[in-house]
Design a protein around this ligand. Structure first.
Ligand SMILES: [Zn+2]
Length: 333
């Protein structure tokens, strides 16, 4: 599969949907780019961008929705809006501060989806601002335009809801963390599970469903290790390095948990040598095993806040772009 077969709007969606966001900046920049391209602007100064950010965040913060994952600290944009609303700074000072302090990371990292630079650039940086590229105009003149806008809004809402949930649950989060920590922290060699796992997966990635070849195959904790602090086999799968990095330390959606439960039951039913281990770890009936996994998953959801592919209807395994992109990155034809 050639990279040229991928549509530009799919690269846009990769940026907006695939990233694990610690704050809402990427989505805000997406909105600004969309708006400027629709006004036919080819060049945007940093102060125009700052105006646009200020207006957007003023509305968002009005609803008192948190804008960052870190529950102890307000983001740069939130702090500027706070000062403005308290009457400590006027509008033009606020906009100046946005220009000076809010953009540093987002402008340089917008086109990076984890460690990979997306091969289509929607703007270029120059000394006074951003030059919008033809790729951007192409994406937003397409018929999908209203879908892309809806995706941006949905993603922003989703992030706010996730950040809020994390805040509201902060005592509960601490309790759950402590409970899992009691079980200790023992790192084992998880690669020894490869033959067992691969016997089931047959060289197909757990997350995207594409064939895995070569060296870049990872053993991954479906429910992140940072929460459960163990390497028990019921929670391990094999995936592409890329898919694993996309997922990073976030939680996959419930679809993958169902898939994991089914995979474990397959091992038990087929009297596989690891059956005994699974029964000891999860329970001696299918219901007990299922309930156990779901309980850990729900605890993880509370602690980690949001799921990897939390956007409506988005699911890497059935998303043709994601699959093509993975194939491209893994150089499989
Ligand atoms: Zn994959």
């Amino acid at each position: 599969m050639n990279i040229n077969n991928l549509k530009k709007e799919d690269f846009w969606r990769a940026i907006i949907l695939y990233g694990l966001n610690q704050a809402t900046y990427k989505i805000a920049l997406g909105h600004s780019l969309m708006r400027f391209s629709q006004q036919g602007k080819t060049k945007v100064t940093m102060s125009e961008l700052a105006e646009d950010f200020f207006e957007m965040y003023l509305k968002r913060v009005e609803k008192e929705k948190p804008q960052s994952f870190n529950e102890k600290r307000r983001s740069v944009m939130e702090r500027i809006i706070d000062l403005y609303k308290l009457g400590k700074i006027n509008r033009s000072t606020a906009v100046e501060q946005v220009e000076k302090n809010a953009f540093r990371n987002v402008i340089s990292s917008f086109h990076t989806v984890y460690n990979q630079a997306v091969p289509v650039q929607f703007y270029q940086r120059d000394k006074d601002g951003l030059i919008l590229t033809d790729h951007l105009f192409e994406v937003f003149s397409s018929q999908n335009h209203s879908i892309l806008k809806e995706e941006l809004d949905a993603r922003w809402d989703l992030l706010e809801a996730a950040f809020e949930m994390r805040r509201n649950n902060s005592q509960l989060v601490n309790d759950i963390r402590r409970m899992y920590l009691v079980n200790g922290y023992k790192r084992t060699d998880i690669t020894k599970n490869r033959p067992v796992l691969n016997g089931y997966q047959n060289n197909v990635c757990f997350y995207c469903g594409e064939v895995m070849n070569g060296d870049d195959v990872h053993v991954d904790h479906v429910i992140p290790r940072q929460l459960i602090h163990h390497d028990e086999v019921w929670n391990l799968v094999m995936s592409h390095g890329f898919c694993n990095e996309q997922k990073s330390d976030s939680l996959p959606s419930a679809i993958y948990i169902e898939k994991l439960i089914k995979r474990n039951e397959h091992f038990v039913e087929s009297n596989h040598p690891i059956k005994e281990k699974l029964v000891a770890q999860l329970g001696n009936t299918p219901k007990k095993r299922r309930d156990y996994v779901l309980k850990v998953y729900n605890d993880a959801k509370i602690v980690l806040g949001y799921t990897w592919d939390g956007i409506r209807g988005y699911h890497p395994e059935t998303d043709p772009f994601y699959r093509t992109y993975v194939r491209y990155l893994n150089k499989v034809d």
